[in-house]
Design a protein around this ligand. Sequence first.
Ligand SMILES: *Cc1c(COP(=O)(O)O)cnc(C)c1O
Length: 360
Amino acid sequence: MNAFSTLTHSAPTSAEDRAALLAEPGFGKVFTDHMVTIRYTEGQGWHDATLGPRGPIALDPAAAVLHYAQEIFEGLKAYRLPDGGIGSFRPDANARRFNQSARRLAMPEIPEELFVESIRQIVQADAGWTPSADKGSLYLRPFMFADEAFLGVRPAKSYIFCVIASPVGGYFKGGKEAVTLWVSHDYVRAVPGGTGSAKCGGNYAASLLPQAHGIAEGCDQVLFLDAVERRYIEELGGMNIMFVMTDGSIITPPLDGSILPGITRDSLIALAGEAGYRIREERYSFEQWEEDTRSGALKEAFACGTAAVITPIGEVRSNKGGFVIGNGAGGDVARMLKEKLVGIQYGRVEDSHGWLERLA
Ligand SMILES: *Cc1c(COP(=O)(O)O)cnc(C)c1O
């Protein structure tokens, strides 16, 4: 693979406009000036890596992604470090997971170094868009889709890989700490043998209707149960889940093929283990969760993922009733783990795992 060619933006956002946008960026609404684009063609491989001005992508109306949804993505963040530099958290893990998703969707893999280099390119070009540590971070969204114009059903022969970047503050509006979950008994997110462990747009498309039902019920997020028995807790539409027990253990559903292998999940398993918690990657049923909450065997539950890091679960509702966790406002274990993880991400706490990757 050849080097990146760089097309500088002829009219980047002024420092003044950028400061106004960074004051309250919200989540996923504000975008930086540049994007990375790399093309793949069967027979030729990856080519034409470009860092250029962000803008629309022209697609043939028969582009395979528009019909058969060959699309995958990643989500990671760049953080402002104490010395003014910029780091990111385990981008190599995102690169590996991206390629696992690519294999499941019959798409070409991208060399891990090229994936990480594309992130470095956009972060360096748009360094001024990375918020200060107290304001937020720069969310990075690598994605790949099939652009071959062909309506036959088979893996496409050409693809576009892109990275865009978006400065973000908090993920959930209003900055409320604990969320209320809606447990969907009518819909599932993923099935054994399906695409649940791949980070693909199709999984999100399937989660939107149940998510809308949850919102209509006054909840923030939907929790999905397993597709076969409709009993075991899997995860949220875009976050994994953990349960803190009174006996000093933490339960999280095992990666059995229909759950997305979260990098936050994996990092928290390591940090919680070091903090003395016994990690149990075990199936856990919704009935058991309710019973353990009522008996006091469970003291906290939280969701985890890159976008919102750790989000305490305050209340659970479904069409069969509901229950409140602890005092409904989140607990100490979630707070302690969040502080440790965020401390490493922003370079404030010693990174004994080598998770932090300096980008600028
Ligand atoms: C991205 C994602 C997660 C969280 O993964 P992280 O690597 O921790 O950000 C969890 N569940 C789903 C369905 C996801 O798409």
